[in-house]
Design a protein around this ligand. Structure first.
Ligand code: ADP
Length: 298
């Protein structure tokens, strides 16, 4: 069953000469249980698309149905209710409240449940923290946790209302390789429980976790690839998203994301099986030399 259906959705910002077309007639269907990676250069409309799908914003034109219900023209309060009940958000900057413990941060979205006692709310938050492996840290303040742990708490907070759709805008953007792995594996677990997950990333390596990759450029989805979980999407590894003109900022984001995800030779990750002789990264790092071209002589 499709959870998300966008039909000719456009989003314009500004007026007159200063108008920006952030989304340009995007039509897209996402089925229940898909794990979708969204890639593309800065400014191509990824966050705008996430914000529209997450009902944080409304399209200028076009139709959007969420779970079979048309939601493109909802009032702010109705949109807020659907968000609260169905959607969990995870952002690059973790947005935890610094003066609250991990537990209190996770319990925060339950505050609107006035019929639920504070003790019950904290119990629920505690069991979600347990699910993300953070129960032993529930009384820690955010500044006492590592980046990966803070993001795990943010994921717990996104899950506390039991949403079926998780929207993550560059969830590993501020994390090192360990933190990124922790977060992506958590999202994988959540996906296995039947949730639909959409995440934005600059890092082709993270397409391993997805079963579909969308590539955006200039407000459009220019490529849509189904991919096997566990494999880097072929177009991502071939640099498909570089077809679009990349800014220096994108190159840096892509390179730093790759460096974070790739273990340094002095600091290899724990491996379950035996080490293979040749790694993919090595192969890629030392491409075969092409024979030098000889000039054609007349
Ligand atoms: P991405 O997430 O791929 O970097 P965005 O969705 O943030 O791209 O932005 C798409 C385009 O819309 C960009 O040109 C950006 O400058 C513009 N844009 C995004 N949000 C706003 C806004 N609130 N006001 C005006 N322009 C915006």
């Amino acid at each position: 069953m499709s959870v998300i259906e966008l039909k000719d959705v456009s989003k314009l910002y500004g007026f007159g000469d200063a108008t920006t077309l952030a989304l340009d007639e995007v039509s897209l269907t996402i089925e229940e249980g898909e794990f979708v990676a969204i890639m593309g250069p800065s400014g191509c409309g990824k966050s705008t698309l996430m914000n529209l799908i997450g009902l944080l914003d409304r399209p200028t034109h076009g139709e959007y149905s969420l779970g079979g219900r048309r939601v493109s023209r909802l009032t702010a309060s109705r949109a807020a209710k659907i968000r609260r009940d169905r959607i969990g958000f995870i952002f690059q900057s973790f947005n935890l409240i610094p003066r609250l413990t991990a537990l209190e941060n996770v319990a925060l979205p339950l505050t609107y449940r006035t019929n639920m006692s504070q003790t019950k709310r904290l119990k629920m938050a505690s069991s979600i923290l347990d699910r993300v492996g953070m129960q032993s840290r529930e009384y820690y303040m955010p500044n006492q946790l590592s980046g990966g742990q803070v993001q795990s708490v943010a994921i717990a907070r996104a899950l506390v209302n039991n949403p079926s759709l998780i929207i993550a805008d560059e969830p590993t953007g501020n994390l090192d390789s360990n933190g990124s792995r922790l977060v992506m594996e958590l999202l994988s677990e959540i996906h296995k429980m039947g949730n639909t997950i959409l995440f934005v990333t600059h890092n082709p390596e993270l397409t391993r976790y997805a079963n579909r990759v969308l590539y955006m450029h200039d407000g459009r989805v220019i490529h849509d690839e189904k991919t096997a979980i566990g494999r880097v999407a072929s177009t991502a590894s071939e640099g498909m998203y570089k077809i679009a003109k990349m800014t220096e900022e994108d190159d840096l984001a892509g390179v730093s994301a790759l460096m974070k995800a790739k273990p340094h030779k002095d600091n290899p990750p724990a491996r379950r099986g035996r080490k293979r002789k040749t790694t993919t990264s090595k192969r890629r790092a030392t491409p075969k030399k092409k024979p030098a071209k000889t000039k054609a002589t007349k």
